[in-house]
Design a protein around this ligand. Structure first.
Ligand SMILES: [Ca+2]
Ligand SMILES: [Ca+2]
Length: 340
């Protein structure tokens, strides 16, 4: 049996005009335009096989409606997929509305000068060919190139990556740490983001790290990133306590004041139920160091403590000794990024 369906030609023409070059946008619209858009996207041709005033077979109608039905299902599936939260990039873990580097950062360049792909750098490390295509910096000395100066006013881009089983990069200023994060499309983690990320990390106190999987707070140097299996936070980030202390995006007031806590003096001001009760703060009302202590230099916060801070390292460790222009074998960093 043949049936008659009348479709206004002006509507078909209007749909066609709207579809031109804007299918993606139309997919988000509602009603007939959306259905037409999906069908158009699926079949590659507009659904204009009806001609006003001419009969069409029931099988052709059925075919059209089946296409519509399939198109609507496809739309429903794609909307559901869009509504799913996206996962963080490789080497990062979700912490609230941000992604945080899973490991202390390492700073890299590609030997051929191309931009660094951190996942590919991890593959190179896993394959034992680190240094062939991907060159790390700041692992054992201040070996950053002249184009990546202490001021961060760079002409050579270096990239911060969160990579397992490497020596984390130190010997860099706050400005260099920030630029390395920026090059990788991230930002230097903020103080608050760091605090959210560290929660749940067991603080080993002053216990020696040797032959344990605890955080590296009492050891003659750094351990490789992510290899202390017990040193992991609730969110799944490693080495937030100890190993390298970490620059965070927080500058503090400094200035020469006659205060007990100035010029690097440390106190454990926290209650006993905060970490192991021994975490230290230092220089909260003092001058900041840049080789020597200088009045008027702001302090940039370093968090978590390092391999030689012992009981003083921890989730509440805050060091305001160093100006942002200082670099040290004890201070590294990690990055964060907006959660997709
Ligand atoms: Ca650390
Ligand atoms: Ca501690």
């Amino acid at each position: 049996m043949d049936i008659h369906i009348h479709i206004d030609d002006r509507l078909v023409a209007g749909v066609r005009r709207l579809l031109g070059g804007r299918r993606g946008m139309l997919l988000a619209a509602t009603g007939i335009l959306t259905v037409a858009g999906v069908l158009y996207a699926t079949s590659g041709a507009p659904p204009n096989t009806f001609v006003s005033g001419q009969p069409i077979s029931s099988s052709a109608v059925n075919t059209q409606f089946q296409q519509l039905y399939a198109g609507m299902n496809a739309l429903e599936a794609s909307v559901a997929a869009l509504q799913q939260p996206k996962s963080c990039p490789s080497g990062m873990v979700p912490v609230g509305d941000v992604c945080v580097d899973k490991y202390e950062a390492t700073v890299w360049a590609r030997v051929d000068g191309a931009p660094v792909d951190c996942a590919a750098a991890q593959t190179a490390v896993d394959a034992g060919i680190e240094g062939t295509d991907y060159q790390p910096f700041g692992e054992t000395s201040d070996d950053y190139p002249a184009g990546f100066p202490d001021s961060g006013n760079l002409t050579t881009k270096l990239y911060a990556c969160s990579i397992k089983s490497v020596t984390p990069s130190a010997y860099l200023t706050w400005f260099q740490a920030q630029q390395a994060c920026v090059a990788s499309g991230k930002h230097l983690i903020t103080n608050g983001e760091w605090q959210a990320a560290v929660a749940g990390t067991p603080d080993p106190g002053g216990a020696a790290t040797l032959y344990t999987q605890n955080c590296t707070t009492n050891f003659p140097g750094t351990t490789k990133t992510g290899e202390q299996s017990a040193c992991v936070s609730g969110a799944g980030a490693f080495d937030l306590i100890g190993n390298l202390s970490e620059w965070v995006d927080l500058w503090g007031q400094a200035g020469s004041m006659p205060n007990l806590f100035m010029d690097g003096a440390q106190v454990p001001p926290w209650s006993a139920n905060f970490g192991d009760g021994g975490d230290t703060t230092s220089n909260l009302a003092g001058r900041a160091v840049d080789g020597v202590y200088k009045s008027g230099l702001p302090a940039a916060a370093a968090r978590g403590g390092s391999w030689l801070d012992g009981v003083g390292a921890g989730a509440f460790h805050l060091n305001l000794n160093a100006g942002p222009s200082f670099s040290s074998h004890e201070i590294g960093f990690r990055c964060a990024a907006r959660r997709p």
